[in-house]
Each structure stands twice: as C-alpha cells, then as structure tokens.
Design a protein around this ligand. Structure first.
Ligand SMILES: [Zn+2]
Length: 311
C-alpha cells in the first residue's frame, strides 16, 4: 500500500510535469456554453435559464431581479440580452454565486455593471480573488477583476429579504467546493442546488478548492431533509429535477463511498476500482465514471482524519 508521503510525491511530480493552462471553461468535461440559451418558466416569479454553462435562475421580486449564478463569461452578453427581453429591462438587484466555478460566476462583471450586488459565501470570494492551480484538471485560475467580486459574503447560512420575500441560503462546507450554498425560494418551493446536484452524471468534488465526497453526502442529506416531493430542484446545469433525483444521487454516492472506503483500506487505488468496474450498475444513469472515481479516491486520501484515520 502506498504511504501518504509517496502519494504526495506523486502529486508533486505530476504537477511539475504538467503545463499549466488558463482556465478555459469549467467544468472542462461535458458542460460548456451552448450556442443558444433556453428560458423555462418554473413559477410566475421564477425562470430557469439553461445553456450558459451552469444554470442561471431568475427571480422577479418587488425590489427588482434576483439571480442565482451568472453562467459562463462567454455567454454573458447573450444572458443579459435574454434577461432584458424576459423582464423588459428590469433593474437587477442582486446575484447569488452558489460557488466560485467559472460556469457559475462568469457573468458577474456584466451583471455588476448593471448595478447588481454580488452575494456569496466568503470562501467563494477568496477563490475568485486568488491565483491557484486546479491541478487535477491541469488548469490554473487567475484572480478575477474587482467588478466580478462578491460584495456581501457570509460564513454561515441565513436568509435575505428580496422585496418582502425571505430567501434562504444554506452553506455546506467541503462538498462540491468549500464555499457551496443552495438558495431556497420558500413561497415557490424551489431549491437551487448549484454544484451540489449534478444532472444525470456523476457529481464533481473539486478537491483543489476543498470539495470531497463525505461533505457532498452530508450536504445532500441536509437538502433532502429540507424539501418535499413537490419541490423543484435546479441542478448545476440542464432541466429541473425532483427530490427522487437527489435521493438517487445520494444513494449512489453513499453506496460507492462505502465500497471505495473498504477497497482503499485493502490497498486498491482508483484505477483498480475503475478496472474492476465498481460503478457498473450506475453508469447507465450517471455516465462516464472515470473522473468521479479517480477524484473521489484522491479526496479520500486528503480526508483520512474525517474517516477515522484508517489508511
Ligand atoms: Zn461547479
């Protein structure tokens, strides 16, 4: 079995050998800005805009528009034009960022220029302003300009008055990243899940910025307790989902985490698990498991203490 030290040396070697590329689209596999944005009415006040990378949710409140996430930078002009068309150029009061990834924050600058205040967990603000490598994607992140930065941040969960409606934001530490929030619209029974619910694919835990499978499981468990069978869930991208979809993701993660923990204790690594087709019964629903298995395995090594120091 490899020691933690030898694993660490492997990481350092891999890092030194890899060219560091500019962060061009996140996530790099599978999700990119589509040619056309698609607007879908969820309730009288809520509209889902898909196709800009990550989902963007538009809420028409009595004090102006509230958005959850801002899509890819490359879609930002098109996104703003569509919002103006849908709302007859209403003022944009605020934008929640569910986490720092570029497919959810790329439009921050153009929305800020229209007067929007950007809101996020403090860790999201810190990542957006930092220079760092996302080594497992062979990408690097450059600090975003001041105009893209959240102006109001929190460390905990809370609520926010959006023109008389109390929106609830909940922070889940170390899940998809270390700054994830969900945003719940109680009057409409709509939960925007950000990176915590993937759409018919294996979810990503970004271990470079604090994500790991144990935190994602805890987040999904808490989200399941918050919602009911009528709740509309907005996943990280694509069409709305239901509580049953979130339950299916949770059950899959829970089963694979249990198996992967046991296999890791026996000395198997992520590649062994892929070769043994550990995920076979889930692949028809969740797709290609390679990145999920390899990154989950790496993330477990970073969280041995949380798992009882078993390795
Ligand atoms: Zn993400």
């Amino acid at each position: 079995m490899k020691t933690t030290q030898s694993i660490r040396r492997c990481f350092i070697k891999a890092l030194a050998a890899s060219p560091v590329l500019a962060l061009a689209g996140w996530p790099a596999s599978g999700i990119a800005a589509d040619a056309a944005l698609q607007a879908r009415k969820i309730t009288d006040k809520l509209t889902l805009i898909s196709g800009a990378g990550g989902n963007v949710v538009l809420f028409k409140g009595s004090d102006g528009l509230t958005l959850v996430d801002s899509g890819m930078q490359t879609s930002s002009a098109e996104l703003l034009a569509l919002i103006d068309e849908l709302t007859n150029k209403s003022s944009i009061s605020r934008v929640f960022n569910t986490h720092w990834h570029e497919d959810h924050t790329g439009g921050n600058e153009v929305l800020h220029a229209r007067g929007a205040r950007i809101l996020a967990h403090e860790n999201t603000r810190l990542w957006l302003g930092a220079e760092f490598d996302v080594y497992w994607r062979n990408q690097s992140h450059q600090p975003r300009p001041r105009e893209a930065m959240p102006e109001l941040t929190w460390y905990t969960s809370g609520s926010l008055d959006a023109g008389g409606e109390l929106l609830q934001y909940s922070h889940y530490p170390q899940a998809h990243t270390d700054g994830d929030i969900t945003v719940f619209f109680p009057n409409d029974n709509v939960l925007v899940a950000g990176g915590l619910l993937a759409n018919k694919r294996y979810p990503v835990c970004d271990i470079a910025t604090g994500g790991w499978i144990g935190g994602l499981l805890k987040a999904n468990e808490a989200m399941l307790a918050q919602i009911n069978d009528s709740t509309v869930l907005i996943p990280d991208s694509g069409a709305p989902q239901t509580k049953a979809d979130l339950q299916a993701q949770y059950d899959m993660l829970n089963d694979l985490y249990t198996q992967m923990k046991a296999l890791t204790q026996q000395g198997f690594n992520g590649k062994d698990m892929l070769n043994d087709r550990l995920t076979a019964k889930y692949d028809a629903v969740f797709g290609d498991p390679e990145e999920f298995v390899l990154e989950t395995y790496r993330g477990m090594w970073a969280h041995t203490y949380d798992m009882g120091g078993f390795i």
